[in-house]
Design a protein around this ligand. Structure first.
Ligand code: PLP
Length: 480
């Protein structure tokens, strides 16, 4: 067989690289005012095009200030924020209480290395109380989400003495060298050769019931996970010899819902099955709640929708109220294996971030707050249902709490992904003053991450914009 020219390394590089003049054109065509365009020219001149802001939008709006669910660009244009700093500004931008807490803390103690201080100890205790794990737990602090995942993986490998981590295709656990091997993004892996941790990661399929295995554009249901379990019962995988009772696996590490892949919600049997597999074969179960946790899905943690209990929970993003902070909450016996000084990170457990996090946890763990998230979710779902009746471009909606993924299709019967129309919808939304991330296994999903405090009036405004841009897309691409 002739090696396909399309897949030669040189041809792939050429497709990934920014083509000459492309960014200038993008800036010229952007629906922004003069100040934003001038700043965009500087951004292009001084920052690498590898930044995610060049990847998610033609040109990401250049923001000067924010308030609640609104962002304002350098020319004063207002945007409704369905990104929330990618799930960081859970309680709204420039939240008044958080701002006051950070200001007060800044005059008392800003940082004390990776050492104990008053807010940090308060937070560690609080996190163990809200983890949902019944056994006694302990906490390790990090700075970023990737940092937290690396800590959890290291702890699991050290505790079990086993090398392998099993995870799902499509999961996102970070893009540091230590986490890239755990992240299923075919278009990012080329930037990481050699991808670590070499050979000690195994993948299974993430089940999502909208696309069936025999659809033209297929998906995977629970049957693929049951098949994986059968495999583990045999001796023909590097992970286990089920016959002789051998496991080489430290942990199963998963996102409870797949976020970066496109806001996909699996059936509850997904985590239930993974818990069973972990128990049967002596593996730990690590749940990455970096994006799904802290109230976004209407429960404190998304894993709680399936009624299972993990061994380790990792949280970050919204935890620090806008400041970088990560925490791993694990069963005490797992962390008890580490001797003093086994881990350190200069910026971990920053005092400002911990003070903000103490407030964030108090708010998002309160039943009244979680109820309000569910009520906003119900309100938004009803509005989306109404749009589904009128807009055939909507193939499917995933939703829990206010965690929302929308699948766009050319045809509801064939489920053919509407990727081009999806990009158009995203660009039109920016014009209309609405920001969200696009994603999807086939580049055809809208992933909506508003602040959890978004009001009904703001949700109505979102729905009205969707109504217009879906209608425009359907006309332009002949959908329906
Ligand atoms: C589920 C999940 N895990 C881990 C990460 C990595 O977090 P960070 O970008 O802070 O390293 C992300 C980031 O988007 C994420 O969504």
């Amino acid at each position: 067989m002739v090696h396909s020219a399309r897949h030669s390394k040189a041809a792939q590089r050429e497709r990934l690289r920014v083509q000459s003049g492309e960014m200038k054109k993008r800036i010229a065509d952007a629906p922004f005012g003069p100040k934003s365009k001038e700043l965009a020219r500087k951004w292009a001149e001084y920052e690498s095009f590898g930044g995610v802001g060049w990847g998610l939008f033609d040109i990401a709006p250049i923001i000067e200030r924010a308030n609640g669910a609104y962002l304002y660009d350098a020319d004063g244009k207002e945007y409704l924020d369905l990104l929330a700093g990618f799930s960081v500004s859970q309680l709204g931008e420039c939240n008044k209480e958080i701002t006051e807490i950070i200001q007060k803390q800044a005059s008392q103690l800003t940082h004390y290395f990776d050492f104990p201080h008053v807010e940090r100890i308060r937070l560690a205790e609080k996190l163990t109380r809200v983890s949902g794990i019944k056994d006694k737990t302990k906490v390790v602090f990090g700075v970023t989400g990737s940092d937290g995942i690396e800590l959890a993986v290291r702890a699991a490998r050290y505790y079990t003495g086993q090398p392998y981590i099993l995870t799902a295709y499509g999961d996102y656990h970070g893009v540091t060298y230590g986490t890239m091997g755990l992240t299923g993004k075919g278009n990012m892996q080329p930037y990481f050769y050699p991808v670590l941790p070499d050979k000690a990661v195994g993948y299974f399929h993430f089940p999502h019931e909208y696309r069936k295995p025999d659809d033209d554009f297929p998906g995977f249901g629970m049957e693929s996970l049951y098949a994986f379990e059968r495999l583990l019962e045999s001796k023909e995988s590097p992970f286990t010899d089920g016959v002789k009772g051998i496991s080489n696996v430290a942990a199963i590490l998963v996102e409870p819902f797949q976020s970066s892949a496109g806001y996909y919600i699996p059936p509850p049997e997904y985590l239930q099955t993974l818990r069973r597999i972990a128990d049967r074969f002596g593996m730990l179960l690590i749940i990455d709640e970096i994006q799904t946790g802290l109230g976004r899905t209407g429960k404190m943690w998304a894993y709680q929708h399936s009624g299972i209990e993990p061994d380790i929970v990792v949280t970050s993003k919204a935890l620090g109220g806008g400041l970088p902070l990560a925490a791993v909450i694990a069963r005490e016996d797992i962390l008890a294996e580490w001797g003093p000084g086994a881990h350190v990170s200069t910026q971990a457990g920053n005092a400002l971030a911990c003070a903000a996090a103490n407030h964030v946890i108090d708010v998002v763990s309160s039943p009244a707050f979680l109820q309000s998230v569910n009520e906003s979710g119900d309100y938004f779902r009803a509005g989306l249902r109404d749009l589904e009746e009128r807009h055939p471009i909507i193939g499917h909606v995933d939703m829990k709490g206010i965690y929302t993924g929308i699948e766009l299709v050319k045809d509801r019967k064939t489920k053919e992904p509407a990727a081009e129309a999806g990009s158009y919808v995203c660009a039109r939304s920016v014009e209309e003053g609405l920001l969200y991330e696009k994603g999807g296994y086939y580049y055809n999903r809208m992933q909506l991450i508003p602040p959890l405090t978004i009001s009904r009036e703001e949700l109505d405004r979102v729905l009205n914009i969707f109504d217009r841009v879906f209608g425009d897309a359907e006309k332009k691409y002949g959908i329906g």
